[in-house]
Design a protein around this ligand. Structure first.
Ligand SMILES: Cc1cc2nc3c(=O)[nH]c(=O)nc-3n(C[C@H](O)[C@H](O)[C@H](O)COP(=O)(O)OP(=O)(O)OC[C@H]3O[C@@H](n4cnc5c(N)ncnc54)[C@H](O)[C@@H]3O)c2cc1C
Length: 288
């Protein structure tokens, strides 16, 4: 929103978002599908100077308690595809907004849910950017957030690797420390090296972005690989703790549940690989 809102909107909206006084959700996914994100059905009809929203978003982080949301809505025809999609900044305390919460496996502090828009009236200045520009704006934001999601996943996996290294160096089995068996130390060595490589891939995407160079497919690669790797590493750390690793008392299970969510949110592995393939092969590898 920072890049696309006009100066007046930035002055009005950003301070409260940045201070945390206002929690904002990003509402893209709909019940009919999230991977095909351009297939937006939620409609924004013109109403005088403003708009009226009709439709539903699903699977949205913060949905049950956010104050506001950046909502992608269709202002054009379906034939226009992504070019008929516009972004709106919506007060979720407005009349006509309803919400429900999903019972998720992880990331419960944030939570996800549906948001229903039943004739929600928006003023003209709720529109962020030009009509029809919303999809591209949000996708460009994803090129940034995907590297950050990768780093979040790597951070929790690294924490579990550190804790597991300490554990296997302390635990006694068969008359010595657990860590002396290569079946124990090699998975940790592999995890340390792979996490480091995945972290560098995220940094590369961010560095390319900083330099204003194309970075979409590198960020997509980071978003595919880092969460998948983190989930595998966390699973391994859980197992290396034996039966106590399987209890809710140790944090590996929670980290694993959280990271699985990030394998899906912001685009699944398949969609990320489609983006990479399209870049390295060309549009013939589009897939959708
Ligand atoms: C933790 C979490 C947080 C989320 N936060 C938000 C949020 O804040 N805002 C928001 O709008 N949404 C959010 N989502 C929703 C998320 O973006 C979607 O779930 C995701 O894009 C996938 O869409 P879908 O669930 O509809 O699955 P679908 O699109 O129905 O896909 C189902 C399966 O098919 C695969 N698939 C789909 N198309 C293809 C293809 N062309 N080729 C190969 N495989 C394909 C997918 O990879 C997936 O495995 C979140 C989801 C999670 C889990």
């Amino acid at each position: 929103m920072n890049a696309r809102a006009d100066e007046q909107q930035k002055r009005k909206l950003l301070p409260a978002i940045c201070s945390g006084d206002v929690v904002t959700a990003l509402a893209v996914t709909e019940p009919s599908g999230g991977s095909d994100a351009a297939h937006v059905k939620l409609a924004a009809h013109r109403d005088g100077d403003g708009y009226i929203l009709e439709g539903e978003k699903s699977g949205v982080s913060f949905a049950s308690w956010a104050d506001t949301a950046l909502v992608l809505a269709r202002t054009g025809t379906y034939e226009q595809g992504a070019r008929g999609v516009t972004a709106f900044y919506v007060d979720l305390h407005s009349p006509g907004v309803g919400r429900s919460r999903l019972r998720d496996l992880g990331t419960r502090a944030i939570g996800r849910g549906q948001i229903f828009f039943d004739g929600v009236k928006l003023p003209a200045d709720a529109r962020i950017g030009a009509e029809g520009a919303g999809f591209v704006q949000v996708m460009q934001g994803f090129d940034f957030s995907r590297s950050l999601i990768g780093l979040m996943c790597i951070a929790v996996a690294q924490q579990s690797v550190d804790e597991t290294c300490n554990y296997v160096a302390e635990r006694d089995v068969f008359g010595g420390k657990l860590a002396r068996f290569e079946g124990i130390s090699f998975p940790l060595a592999e995890a340390a090296v792979k996490l480091r490589a995945a972290r560098l891939l995220c940094y590369e995407a961010l560095s390319l972005k900083d330099r204003g160079e194309p970075h979409g497919w590198v960020a997509a690669g980071a978003k595919w690989w880092a969460p998948e790797l983190a989930a595998q590493v966390l699973h391994q750390c859980l197992l290396l703790h034996g039966h106590v690793g399987y209890t809710m008392d140790l944090p590996h299970q929670q980290r694993m549940r959280d990271v699985i969510g990030l394998e899906i949110g912001d685009g699944t592995a398949q969609i990320m690989k489609l983006l990479v393939a399209r870049e390295i092969i060309g549009n013939v590898a589009r897939g959708y």
